[in-house]
Design a protein around this ligand. Structure first.
Ligand SMILES: Nc1ncnc2c1ncn2[C@@H]1O[C@H](COP(=O)(O)OP(=O)(O)O)[C@@H](O)[C@H]1O
Ligand code: SF4
Ligand SMILES: [Mg+2]
Length: 369
């Protein structure tokens, strides 16, 4: 198991005034006939109130598994086998561990405290109900004093906040474009004023122009409504614009976590560097994209040691046997032996461009330690 070595700042994870969520040692496995597949392994992070935390990683890195575990929407064969997800209500009410919470307690939290936006709006929207009726249902479930007319009026207001004309409340989902449907599902997630919204690839199915509109709206709504967001995507360049902090996942583990600027200017994990260099920058001039050689591991047979070692140009002796610890310094965490406070070889600046030999010259100065 990975030991999390936290700085003083990270250890202050009991700050329930400024933090909305404390996730500790979260482990999720798919339990099938063969060996269990560990798709989330010892995931630990804190989400601050009103913060946008991005989660990036290639397909199969465990992002959706994490999101469904966070919201307790996972279905068998997924099982949370260890860890806690402690939610701290903004009203100062008692903290609740979402891993062990009763279905009733979870129902009380859904929509009002915690909501989800999925990649396909059709997963959230009922195709045979008018939008307004769906909003009214959600609103009236949590406020039984709200009249039907008032709920429909509120639905029109909510649609307007995401740039959809209020009279569209009378439309069925199939009468809207894909982008409008996705924006409607975001408005629905925000209907009851949640403190935390988790979004799983919410802009993957829409075109780039719509993607930018949706991101701008999420940022604006976050500013006015103050909810926190966990935003999952395979596209790191998008998070560099949107997120306050970013967690990079690889083979079910967080391998780096820092501010968006830190990950852009000073990515410490070779995988993060590879991801950063795999996407065209949204605003900077185009440069040659390098990509990451190889493919993500099959989690049914994860590599020994550092899970990235088969693809890592910077690997050195012991990387194939030693699982690196996630070590935090000044809020920037990385799980790579190049940054452990022991002897290590020179971090290679372009270390994601292809596997290297297993042994590199030693040196003693450290990056993150
Ligand atoms: N229903 C399932 N049964 C068994 N294994 C699964 C199932 N769903 C996902 N997995 C495993 O979990 C890994 C992570 O999946 P997922 O969380 O969907 O990744 P991501 O969202 O990053 O693409 C997959 O690579 C696969 O090994
Ligand atoms: S240098 Fe070693 S520990 Fe760091 S990412 Fe590469 S293989 Fe993993
Ligand atoms: Mg996914």
């Amino acid at each position: 198991m990975v030991t999390q070595i936290m700085s003083d700042a990270e250890q202050g994870t009991t700050d329930t005034v400024s933090d909305v969520l404390h996730v500790t040692g979260l482990t999720v496995e798919y339990v099938t006939d063969g060996d269990p597949v560990r798709a989330c392994a010892d995931v630990t992070f804190t989400l601050r109130r009103g913060e946008i935390l991005g989660v990036a990683g290639e397909s199969g890195s465990g992002k959706s598994t994490l999101i469904t575990a966070l919201t307790r929407l996972q279905r068998p064969p997924a099982v949370t086998t260890a860890g806690s997800i402690v939610f701290h209500p903004r009203d100062g009410g008692p903290a609740i561990d979402l891993v062990t919470a009763s279905p009733r307690a979870l129902r009380a939290l859904r929509w009002t405290s915690l909501s989800i936006v999925l990649q396909s709006a059709m997963d959230a929207l009922n195709p045979v109900m008018r939008l307004g009726a769906q909003f009214a249902d959600a609103l009236r479930t949590h406020d039984r004093t709200l009249s039907k007319d008032a709920a429909w009026a509120r639905a029109a207001e909510l649609l307007a906040t995401v740039g959809i004309s209020g009279d569209r409340a009378r439309s069925y989902p199939h009468e809207l474009s894909g982008g409008m449907r996705q924006r409607a599902s975001i408005a629905l997630a925000l209907a009851c004023g949640p403190e935390l919204v988790v979004m799983d690839e919410p802009t993957t199915a829409v075109d780039v122009v719509m993607q930018r509109q949706i991101l701008a709206q999420v940022l604006r709504l976050r500013r006015t409504l103050g909810f926190a967001v966990v935003f999952v995507t395979h596209d790191l360049s998008l998070l560099l614009e949107l997120a306050d902090r970013i967690a990079i996942m690889y083979a079910g583990r967080i391998v780096e976590l820092g501010t968006a600027r830190e990950l852009y200017d000073d990515p410490r994990h070779p995988y993060t560097r590879g991801l950063r260099d795999s996407f065209p920058p949204l605003h900077a001039p185009l440069t040659r994209l390098t990509g990451i050689p190889g493919t993500p591991p099959d989690l049914r047979r994860p590599p020994s040691g550092c899970p990235f070692h088969p693809r890592c140009a910077a690997r050195f002796e012991g990387c194939d046997t030693h699982l690196p610890e996630l070590i935090t310094k000044g809020g920037h965490a990385v799980a790579c032996r190049l940054h452990e406070p022991t002897e290590r070889p020179d971090p290679a600046p372009d270390s994601a461009s292809g596997p290297a030999s297993d042994t590199r010259p030693d040196r003693t100065e450290g990056g993150a330690s």
